[in-house]
Design a binder for this molecule. Sequence first.
Ligand code: C2E
Ligand code: CA
Ligand code: CA
Ligand code: CA
Length: 273
Amino acid sequence: VKKEGGGNIVSLSKANHVALSRKAMIEKRLIEALHHKDLSVMYQPQVDLKSGKIDAVEALVRWEDAVLGTVSPSDLIPIAEETGMIHDIGTFMLEKACEQAATWAKQGKPMKVSVNSSIREFRDKNMVKKIRQVLEKFDCPAHLLQIEITEKFALEAESEQSIIRQMLQLQTDGVTFVLDDFGTGYASFRYMQLLPITELKIDQSFISSITKQEKLQKLVEGIIQFGKSMEIRVLAEGVETKEQQDLLTKLGCDAIQGYYVSHPVPASEIEKL
Ligand code: C2E
Ligand code: CA
Ligand code: CA
Ligand code: CA
């Protein structure tokens, strides 16, 4: 190592140290936050392109910590997965989502609510029991609950019988499964056949340049056709402009989600929409 390089090495390790201690801080503060149920939920609407109506919302976790400030899910979730706190976050989100779905249903405005699930949650043998208990606790019809699993989750689940079994049990109850981040590199025809998936969400990375790139357009068209042939609903996420919405409508996409319709908002705002 050259002497001149020393400074760089020192600052690198400093940066590492700062990153590490932020992670440790997140861990520590998250235990408190979960204890006090200090997390919150924002809902992002999904619009059915045929009816033009909002027929589902995705529940997204939000955390505003007194010390750390806003901690984004992309920082929070990987740490929660690593430490096992994802189980508590999952339970918290599930309870909020089912309570909200039940409230809307009782107001005569039934709407599906989607929650994001990590595979670690499904490795818990009590996952099905937990979900059934939460549905019952809030008197929430099972068909209003959707569970979003990523392609990566699906690929791992392919070889885990107990996860497939749990998903099938929940499907029998009426719970539906959505394949999230579709196209990000883990698509498999095998899990498409094994898992009870009723909708796929085209990842936002495909949508952002769709109006500018002919190839992307063809690719998305292909995914939509694939969905149709499998009788799976296709939703495009990350839709930010009218041009994108119009193009997706033309390509036969079933539903969209994204800033063009609405950012994630509190439940009360959904009612106004
Ligand atoms: P995701 O499930 O793919 O969720 C969509 C993300 O895209 C959300 O970010 C949302 O706010 C953002 N988004 C929505 N519309 C647009 C748009 O038009 N343009 C752009 N650029 N972004 C848009 P968020 O809330 O920061 O969540 C990030 C990821 O964290 C989620 O990606 C999901 O994987 C994970 N996550 C969030 N909440 C939970 C949770 O409760 N449990 C678990 N396991 N994961 C969660
Ligand atoms: Ca999602
Ligand atoms: Ca996604
Ligand atoms: Ca994502």
